[in-house]
Design a protein around this ligand. Structure first.
Ligand SMILES: *Cc1c(COP(=O)(O)O)cnc(C)c1O
Length: 398
């Protein structure tokens, strides 16, 4: 019986070029982003300029984490304590957590069988809030043309959580550039790795200026290279609190060389994704997620669905796969576990049951695809899942 011996949480090493840049920052002693000398703009300011250019945004602010970027975006667009914010029922805890962190209230919108936000449910709930915090959970992009039309018609501002879609595109437009603000994470498990870190991008002058000051710029905003001019800061500087969450030069030094390789990395993830998908497609009892042709996704993780399976059978699949070295995560579990939790686990944010979404959440099995896996590893993983799903499924129907 074949076994897989790789590690689902092991990322690639930091590239040598990035290590050398990090060592140079440490040797200089100038780790704080505003601690620069002469005409050197510093690693963080350069990274912001390069990230904005890479995805076609006007402004970019680098911050301490993806979760910080989300909360900063909410503040920068004017969300106040007590406001309601629409968000996905299928997402990870930092998303409702960012909304709660500023005293606002998440209103959950359902998930479809394609694992994207349910646009009919969104249209029905759009009157309940002025802001949608849209999570492109697990890299699945909703129809962004229809989503933006619904939100524009209802006067709903869109903040995109692109923690899983850095480098992805909808009809050629980079994820994070359709909404008013795009937020990204550079935490170890995401598409760039600085341990912790994040970005916020926008084309809006005042939101950009507020985000810079919020991030902890004091009155040093003139040192930013991907920010609006001083006249915009003049309009907002007395009314915007400093909520420190800056990125430092050390992390930025590690990220700049990685950003240059992002496109190639995305292609490498997708080759792995396609290898697993090909091995799973057509397996009895199992549904793969068909990806729309308008979507360029980044397959850094893969999901498949076991619709209407009994919980014990899903548990049996997970146990049998784990025994052969394949770690699956289940989003349907009643108890939050590891990185996964369900919308009703966030009891600080009351929700009403969404039966159609609950059926989807119960069916989702999820797996990371780190670039340390080879294509052969991916084919082996798919063979193991296919065999174990098949064994449990046949047991069920026999
Ligand atoms: C990781 C993640 C975040 C938050 O990023 P951090 O950098 O860990 O704060 C937000 N949303 C989703 C969907 C994530 O997976």
């Amino acid at each position: 019986m074949e076994k897989f011996t790789g590690n689902f949480t092991q990322q690639e090493p930091i590239p040598d070029e990035a290590i050398e840049a990090a060592v140079a920052v440490m040797k200089s002693g100038r780790l704080h982003r505003y601690n620069v000398v002469g005409d050197d703009p510093g690693e963080v300011a350069l990274l912001e300029q390069e990230f904005a250019a890479a995805i076609g945004a006007t402004y970019c602010v680098a911050v301490a984490s993806g979760g910080y970027a989300l909360a900063c975006a909410l503040r920068a667009v004017g969300v106040k304590p007590g406001d309601r914010v629409l968000t996905n029922a299928f997402t990870l805890a930092p998303v409702p957590g960012a909304i709660a962190s500023i005293g606002a209230m998440p209103v959950f919108v359902g998930v479809t069988e394609q694992l994207v936000i349910d646009l009919d449910d969104l249209a029905g709930k759009a009157g309940q809030a002025d802001v949608l915090m849209l999570s492109h959970m697990r890299g699945h992009l909703a129809d962004m043309d229809r989503l933006m039309a619904i939100c524009d018609a209802a006067g709903v501002k869109v903040i995109e959580d692109c923690a899983h879609t850095m480098g992805a595109k909808w009809r050629g437009r980079f994820s994070g550039t359709d909404g008013l603000v795009g937020c990204y994470s550079t935490q170890t498990y995401k598409h760039l790795n600085s341990g912790e870190g994040g970005f916020l991008v926008t084309d809006d002058d005042e939101i950009a200026a507020r985000a810079v000051i919020l991030s902890g710029s004091y009155m040093l905003y003139g040192r930013h290279l991907a920010a609006p001019g001083p006249e915009v800061f003049e309009r907002v500087k007395y009314h915007t609190p400093n909520v420190s969450g800056r990125m430092d030069n050390l992390r930025a030094a590690i990220l700049r060389p990685q950003l240059k390789r992002l496109k190639a990395q995305c292609e490498a993830w997708n080759a792995r994704y396609r290898a697993v998908e090909a091995g799973l497609r057509g397996a009895p009892g199992l549904t793969v997620v068909e990806r729309p042709e308008q979507e360029y996704f980044v397959g850094s993780s893969i999901q498949f669905l076991l619709f209407d399976w009994a919980e014990e059978k899903i548990a049996a699949v997970m146990e049998r796969c784990a025994a052969r070295g394949v770690e699956l995560k289940w989003f349907g579990g009643a108890e939050p576990s590891g990185f996964t939790s369900r919308y009703d686990s966030w009891r600080y944010a009351p929700s009403t049951r969404m039966p159609a979404s609950d059926r989807v959440l119960k069916a989702i099995l999820d797996m990371r695809l780190p670039l340390t896996f080879s294509l052969e590893d991916c084919a082996l993983i798919a063979r193991i899942i296919r065999a174990e799903v098949g064994a449990v499924y046949q047991g069920e129907t026999a």
